[in-house]
Design a protein. Structure first.
Length: 367
């Protein structure tokens, strides 16, 4: 009976060591192969020249390094690049690379669609099909490195990875945490923990679990300083209101030295951008280890929201600064190719809308 080859991409180091031990090999073979796959971007076992010829031939028969295929690529006038990657033949996710003078940020997806229903997000309007596997998550980074010309000399093009693409990462915890581990593993992609950021809409139990299991930067999609408004914008708030969310954030920050929370706040004209909102937000964050990233709203077809005027955003930031709150305004990138924050839509077929309430929470905390 024939069996399908094992995809070594996405296997945590411990599992890869077990795999090689099952072949009668020493565990250090896992580290060698990881260095080839992640450090040098090699998917062909025949090129892994510090392995014996016999082992390379055997691996070619029983294993593979399989990554998602590129369906389309778009380049923005500001050099932002967006790839749609094929999933299961009919599905598509989107991955975005944002180049800057001192760094290169890759925004990756964790689900096909999204289980949540944030009203200002294009992904949410697509519905939800399924979670991505660990291989599909880290495969986005592998592909980006290849397409961007990553060299083994350590001259990184992708210096930062953010899980801010399609999906709610904490609703796919089982696949996301091993992916995070590979991003920071010295034999994986070798990124600094401070340069890997997970963004969540606020699934409180999973924030607490993440604090115990993994040490990466955390960004929280807040978007409103009080429950009534946040219930409309980020419906998961009905299950985990702001007070519970903020307590979880401060617990996460206290788990390890140097942890700092970024609160994402999309600026919606006439909705959440008034001085009263700024003062309420400052009250939430005062004397806490957090900063605010103000995000000009990026429109998408069918939305009823509009972007706050520049003067309104700047006034909002000034109020926060005067209250001692660190606040920045995110520069919009890639909006001409629908690659900006909140615009990723991908291609979601056979979608299943998962509603708020018991069913959503069961999906969100499944591990």
């Amino acid at each position: 009976m024939s069996t399908d080859p094992v995809n070594l991409l996405g296997l945590p180091r411990a599992e890869l060591e077990t795999f090689f031990e099952s072949l009668g090999e020493k565990p250090f073979r896992a580290r060698q192969v990881m260095s080839w796959i992640y450090g040098r971007g090699v998917a062909d076992f025949a090129q892994m020249t510090d392995l014996s010829r016999k082992l390379r031939e055997h691996l070619s028969e029983i294993a593979r390094v399989s990554v998602p295929g590129i369906v389309t690529e778009q380049r923005s006038r500001d050099e932002t690049r967006k790839w749609m990657l094929g999933m299961d033949g009919t599905q598509g996710i989107e991955t975005v690379f944002i180049p800057e003078p001192a760094r290169g940020t890759l925004c990756i997806s964790s689900q096909v669609g999204c289980v949540l229903d944030c009203s200002f997000c294009a992904t949410a309007q697509q519905g939800f099909n399924r979670n991505l596997s660990t291989a599909e998550i880290v495969g986005q980074v592998w592909l980006a490195n290849r397409e961007l010309g990553y060299q083994y000399d350590g001259n990184r093009v992708v210096t930062n990875v953010v899980l801010m693409g399609m999906g709610e990462p904490l609703a796919n915890y089982r696949s996301v945490v091993p992916a995070l581990d590979l991003l920071v593993d010295d034999f994986g992609f070798g990124l600094s923990r401070r340069r890997v950021t997970l963004s969540t809409s606020g699934i409180v139990p999973m924030i607490d679990r993440l604090g115990q299991d993994c040490n990466v930067a955390l960004a929280v999609s807040l978007h409103a300083p009080e429950d009534g408004l946040r219930n409309e914008l980020v419906p998961i708030n009905r299950r985990y209101p702001i007070a519970e969310l903020m307590d979880a954030c401060w617990r996460y920050a206290s788990e390890a030295y140097g942890r700092f929370i970024t609160f994402e706040y999309v600026m919606l004209d006439g909705v959440n951008d008034q001085p009263s909102h700024a003062h309420a937000l400052a009250k939430l964050l005062k004397y806490r280890p957090g900063k605010v990233n103000l995000i000009p709203f990026n429109p998408f077809p069918g939305t009823s929201y509009a972007r706050s005027p520049v003067a309104t955003i700047e006034r909002f930031r000034e109020i926060l600064l005067k209250q001692g709150i660190r606040a920045t305004i995110r520069r919009t990138r890639g909006d001409d190719i629908d690659a900006a924050c909140g615009q990723l839509a991908g291609r979601v077929r056979d979608r299943t809308r998962i509603r708020l309430g018991k069913k959503l929470i069961q999906v969100a905390v499944r591990t």
